[in-house]
Write a protein that binds this ligand. Sequence first.
Ligand SMILES: *[C@@H]1O[C@H](CO)[C@@H](O)[C@H](O)[C@H]1NC(C)=O
Ligand SMILES: *[C@@H]1O[C@H](CO)[C@@H](O)[C@H](O)[C@H]1NC(C)=O
Length: 376
Amino acid sequence: MINSRAIFTICLMLFLNIETSEEVGITIIESAVAKGAVCLDGSPPAYQLDKGFGDGVNNWLVHIQGGGWCHSIEDCVYRKTMDNGLGSSKLMQELYFSGILSNRSDQNPYFYNWNRVYMRYCDGSSFTGDVDEVDTANNLYFRGARVFTVIVEELMSIGMNNAQNALLSGCSAGGLAAILNCDKFRGFFPSSTRVKCVPDAGYFGHVKDLSGEYRFEKYYDEVVTLHGSAKNLPSGCTSSMKPSLCFYPQYAVPYIQTPIFVVNSAYDTWQVFYILASYEADPNGEFTKCKNDLKECTATQLKRLQGAISVVANSSTKGMFINTCYTHCETDQTIWYEKPTSKLKDKTMADGVGYWFYDKEKFQEIDTEQVDPHYC
Ligand SMILES: *[C@@H]1O[C@H](CO)[C@@H](O)[C@H](O)[C@H]1NC(C)=O
Ligand SMILES: *[C@@H]1O[C@H](CO)[C@@H](O)[C@H](O)[C@H]1NC(C)=O
C-alpha cells in the first residue's frame, strides 16, 4: 500500500522533524490501572510534557497523537504489538515535538512557551471507547474514554487547573479525538478559562467513493460497536441518527458547543487512499498512479479528487484553514510555519490558528485559488 514516493516523503518529514524538534520524556500514569483506565493491552496510559516558560506558564496545549483505529478483535490484537505503542505503553518510544508542539518562537509563534503535552494514543477508538467487560481470552480492554479522562485529570493536578488558556489539538485519529472530546475537555475548566479545539486532518468525510458507495461507513460501524463508543459521542447527534455516523465530524460538530478550528487539506491523502479511492472503490486501479503521484493525474481525475473538498468546506465551524496541500497532518510539519504554497490570505497556518485562538480575527479560509491538489 505504501509506495516509494510515500516512503521518501515520510523519511523527509522525519528528517525535517528531527532537525527542528526536541526530545521530551514519557510519563506513565501507573495509578490509572486501578481505575481501569488502560491501553488496549491493559497497560497504563502515558503522555509527554514539556513545561511552559515565560508568560506561557499558565497556558496549556494538549495535542493528541494519531494512528488510525482498530475495528475488530483480530485488528486490536495486532495493534497491541505495534512497535510505536499504539496499543500499549510498554512499546512506546518518545515522539518528537515539532510544529504546534515546538518550543521555538520562530516556528510556533503563539504556543511555543505554553505547557505542551503530547497525549499518547493507545486505545484505537480516538479516545471514545468504554466497555466494562474485559475480553480476557484476548486480553483486550476498550477504555479510550477513561484514558482521556485520566490523562486530563493528571494534567489538572499538576497545574492545568490554573490554565488561563487551553487548546486541545491532534492529528488524524487524534484530530478526530480532539473534535469528539472537545466539550468533555472544556468541562474540566472553569468558565473563565479560554478553551478551544484545533483538529488537524481529523475531518474524515462521509462521502461517496469512486464507485458511488459509502463503503467506509461499515468500518466506523465496527469501531463504534467494538469499543462501545456510542455513549461518548454527542447525544444530540446519536439521538437523531445511527450512532456510528456521529463518528463523522460533519454530523457531530453541529452538536459541539466549544469553539473548533478545522485544519485540513481539501485533498487529504489518507482520505484519498482509504475512503475516496480505496482499492475496493477502484478495483481496476484507474487511480493508482494518480493517487501515488499527482503528476500522473489527468484533468478529469483531478476534478474527481475534488469530491474530497466539499464536506470540509461545508464544516459549520467558525474557524478553518483549508488548503490544498496533498498531505495528511500539517500542524506537525514545516507547513505549520512556513511554505508559501500553503499560506492562506497571506497567513501561515500558525498565524491563522493563533489569531483565531486569541479572538483577534475570525479566520475561515478555504483555498479557492489553487483548486487542484499539489505538493507543499
Ligand atoms: C527547546 O528544547 C530543547 C531540547 O529540550 C532545548 O535544548 C532548548 O533550549 C529549548 N529551547 C527553548 C527556547 O526553551
Ligand atoms: C455543502 O453545502 C451546500 C449549501 O448548504 C449544499 O448545497 C451542498 O450539498 C453541501 N455539500 C455537501 C457535500 O454536503
